[in-house]
Design a protein around this ligand. Structure first.
Ligand SMILES: Cc1cc2nc3c(=O)[nH]c(=O)nc-3n(C[C@H](O)[C@H](O)[C@H](O)COP(=O)(O)OP(=O)(O)OC[C@H]3O[C@@H](n4cnc5c(N)ncnc54)[C@H](O)[C@@H]3O)c2cc1C
Length: 382
């Protein structure tokens, strides 16, 4: 693992930094719809100048950047407090899945509108009775009219209310072992057979939804990776989810920790031995998170694909972020429940949003099982 940047990587970072300084659109407006439109405009701007999908191959509209450069991109975006990209699920997971398992026709059809944010994507995996145990999902697809008719329910579907396409895993064969009867589809969300209903989170935001399908139609050409191969394709999506986010997240923790230290100083608590111990512990954890993110990256560069170690980073990040936001609440004392703040660090919001960190993208218990079995090689649970 080499932590110094090569001259080419430094040049990449400097070019990006200059570009972001010149083009940063400022803080996001309030409100779900206004903020989302703002992120779409930001992603379009990035795409126009060749900065969306940086590590995607150039033949598919990406920049062909290395994984280290992708990591630098994520770090710089976080460091400059740039808005997130509107199509984050498609850029980080859907696009790479189509590149890995899709046909050439699918790549030509789907990749460009992902980069330009013309078509937003969501991920329809979880169901009311199949979250961690994804392979138990019940949403059913049956052959119909040169395609498939899909009936069932998904839940916690982030951005379903904005999405044109859904990465949908459905059961196409009831008579084989559960992992083998699944198929991965790209479902058009804009049809009568698909309905979404918002679910409001503890933060008050309707970030995710229930998703209902009643004989929704999917043509054969929107099957990704072949009928019955949905489990393997879905794993590709999940590995990308956990591995590629790690870099931006560790920088976010470092920035938040810096803000927390400011808060401690402002409150005159910097000489308090208990507060100092707490901050010291968080500092060590944030540093371990950073080094493990680099270690994961080195592994991906050697093997070419994200592996199960991505689970370690996601698990650790959720613990550190929750513990950091809890510390902020204690430090703010009686003011803790108040939302908003002068320094832009909305600690009450962050504390509430962090509760989801140990659930979204795989619960901590599931990630621990993956690390035990597939990273440490311990005996399988069952
Ligand atoms: C903010 C947010 C956004 C999300 N966005 C999406 C999205 O866009 N698309 C999507 O498909 N899903 C999404 N999800 C859903 C998420 O992937 C699931 O919530 C998660 O996989 C857990 O599934 P579950 O909620 O059904 O809980 P369950 O699987 O029912 O788990 C309940 C509890 O049991 C534990 N448990 C379950 N099985 C085991 C086991 N084998 N060993 C030990 N413990 C176990 C779990 O850790 C958990 O504590 C989102 C969730 C959140 C919070």
């Amino acid at each position: 693992m080499d932590l110094t940047l090569s001259p080419q990587e430094q040049a990449f970072r400097d070019e990006l930094r200059t570009w972001v300084e010149a083009n940063h659109p400022g803080p996001e407006p309030d409100g779900d719809e206004a903020a989302f439109q703002f992120r779409i405009a930001w992603q379009r701007k990035l795409h126009e100048d060749g900065w969306a999908g940086v590590s995607w191959p150039t033949e598919y509209g990406g920049r062909g950047a290395t994984l280290v450069e992708q990591a630098i991109f994520n770090e710089e975006m976080t460091r400059s407090r740039a808005p997130s990209l509107a199509n984050v699920l498609a850029l980080a997971m859907g696009g790479p899945t189509v590149i890995a398992h899709g046909t050439e026709e699918q790549r030509q059809r789907f990749l460009e509108p992902i980069l330009s944010a013309e078509e937003i994507w969501c991920q329809g995996f979880s169901e009311p009775e199949a979250g961690s145990d994804l392979a138990s999902l019940k949403t059913k697809a049956v052959k119909s009219n040169g395609g498939w008719a899909v009936t069932g329910q998904k839940v916690w579907t982030t951005f379903a209310h904005h999405a044109k396409w859904c990465m949908l895993v459905a059961r196409t064969d009831q008579d084989v072992p559960k992992h083998k009867g699944l198929t991965y589809f790209l479902m058009d969300m804009k049809q009568d057979g698909v309905q979404t209903r918002p679910l409001v989170q503890i933060t008050g935001e309707p970030e995710f939804n229930e998703l209902f399908m009643e004989e929704a139609y999917i043509p054969d050409e929107n099957v990704v990776g072949g009928v019955g191969n949905g489990w393997g394709v879905a794993i590709t999506t999940l590995m990308h989810e956990r591995a590629t986010l790690a870099f931006g997240l560790q920088v976010q923790v470092k920035i938040a920790l810096g803000q927390l230290m400011e808060l401690v100083r402002e409150r005159g608590l910097d000489a308090d031995p208990l507060v100092r111990q707490r901050i010291g512990q968080l500092y060590v954890e944030a540093e371990v998170l950073r080094l493990n993110a680099y270690r994961g990256l080195t592994k991906i560069m050697k093997s070419g694909v994200p592996g199960p170690e991505g689970s370690l980073g996601k698990w650790h990040w959720s613990e550190v972020n929750q513990s950091l936001t809890e510390a902020s609440m204690e430090i703010r004392g009686a003011e803790a429940p108040l939302t908003g703040s002068d320094d832009g660090a909305d600690w009450a919001y962050r504390f509430l949003r962090a509760r989801a960190n140990s659930i979204e993208g795989g619960t901590t218990e599931i990630l621990k099982n993956i690390v035990a079995e597939r990273v440490l090689g311990l005996p399988r649970l069952r």
